[in-house]
Write a protein that binds this ligand. Structure first.
Ligand code: PMV
Length: 335
């Protein structure tokens, strides 16, 4: 007997970053974080439980996966099965709608879609907080992609992680004028994975304690800025959160950075756009690409400026996106 469900989840970009775990096994963060879910980038995932299966199977963009990729997926499905009581193995079909070579982390949308599809295929309906807790255990940032618009990942206090999950802050319709311009650089050598980068930083960076302390305040201030629809205040908090996160990597031992020369050129282009009167604030994740927070009105001029920076392949503009949703059919890879 087979049972299947399909989920679509959108990626999110943190405005106040998650950077560092207090419990790596349970994916519990040192600090709360806050993000904007984007409509332009998403993952669709179909989970089919099948009593006749002897093991899990996984295709990503129609390519069968094996080795560590399959093992990671299977380990996550084990957590979903433990939560739902499901006992059958699954075949998982996942399609990423993220521009090729974007160098964008797709793990947020991937684990949010997988968590929801794995629960729904087991015939269970769980509240979004429970889906978020499950998604968190695949990739921390995925806890926020269960929700649309602005979402906070509350760090929680409990050692078992029950209170560490996403919380909706303002839906995509609440502030439709917000835009994120994503400047994609030519692909270079693979950056240090976020998991490894944050672990090294927590263990060795002399700046880490200051980071964790400041981040908690930044989340509270960011929420106040969102409530007031004050993009200038939100942008300022977002830019300083990104810079502080990256400062911790320079203070690690051995030190490292996700910045490339073009990253700095883009940060400068964003500052120049702002000096010229445009709404523009930069944020950077565990890679060299730069995302800029802006408005619908200022986005076209900002995009032109970012495109002109040497090394930029393309700039994708996105508005606020929805939370995880159930689909009837999956779009084929490459559609
Ligand atoms: O969830 P992960 O392991 O991909 O880590 C995400 C880390 C950052 O993107 C740098 C920050 C964030 O909050 O998304």
């Amino acid at each position: 007997m087979t049972d299947a469900a399909i989920a679509r989840a959108h990626t999110n970009i943190a405005l106040v970053k998650y950077w560092g775990k207090r419990d790596a096994a349970r994916f519990l963060p040192m600090n709360s974080s806050l993000s904007l879910t984007l409509d332009a980038f998403y993952t669709e995932t179909k989970v089919t439980y099948d009593a006749a299966r002897k093991a899990d199977a996984f295709t990503l963009n129609a390519v069968p996966q094996a080795g560590p990729e399959l093992a990671k997926l299977s380990a996550f499905l084990e957590k979903a099965r433990a939560l739902t009581g499901e006992t059958r193995f699954a075949s998982v079909e996942s399609v990423n709608h993220v521009p090729t070579a974007a160098g964008l982390a797709s793990s947020a949308s991937a684990y949010a879609a997988l968590a929801a599809a794995a629960v729904w295929a087991a015939g269970r309906e769980l509240p979004p907080e429970a889906l978020s807790r499950l998604a968190r255990q695949g990739s921390g940032s995925a806890s926020r992609s269960i929700f649309g618009g602005f979402a906070r990942w509350a760090r929680g206090e409990r050692p078992d992680g029950e209170d560490s999950h996403g919380v909706p802050v303002a839906g995509p319709e609440a502030w439709p004028d917000v835009r994120m311009a994503v400047a994609i650089l030519e692909p270079g050598p693979k950056a240090v994975a976020s998991r490894d980068g944050m672990a090294r930083t927590v263990a060795t960076s002399i700046f880490y304690p200051a980071w964790a302390e400041a981040a908690e305040h930044d989340v509270a201030e960011a929420e106040a800025a969102i409530a007031a629809r004050d993009l200038k205040a939100l942008g300022r908090i977002a830019e300083r959160s990104a810079m502080r996160m990256h400062a911790t990597t320079w203070g690690a031992d051995p030190p490292f950075t996700y910045f490339k020369p073009a990253t700095l050129a883009l940060i400068e282009a964003v500052a120049e756009a702002r000096a010229a009167g445009l709404a523009a604030w930069a944020t950077i994740d565990a890679g060299p690409n730069v995302k800029a927070l802006t408005t619908a009105a200022d986005a076209p001029a900002l995009v032109e400026r970012l495109k002109a920076v040497p090394g930029v392949l393309r700039v994708v503009l996105s508005g606020p996106g929805p939370g995880v949703a159930r689909l009837r059919s999956i779009e084929p890879a490459g559609a």
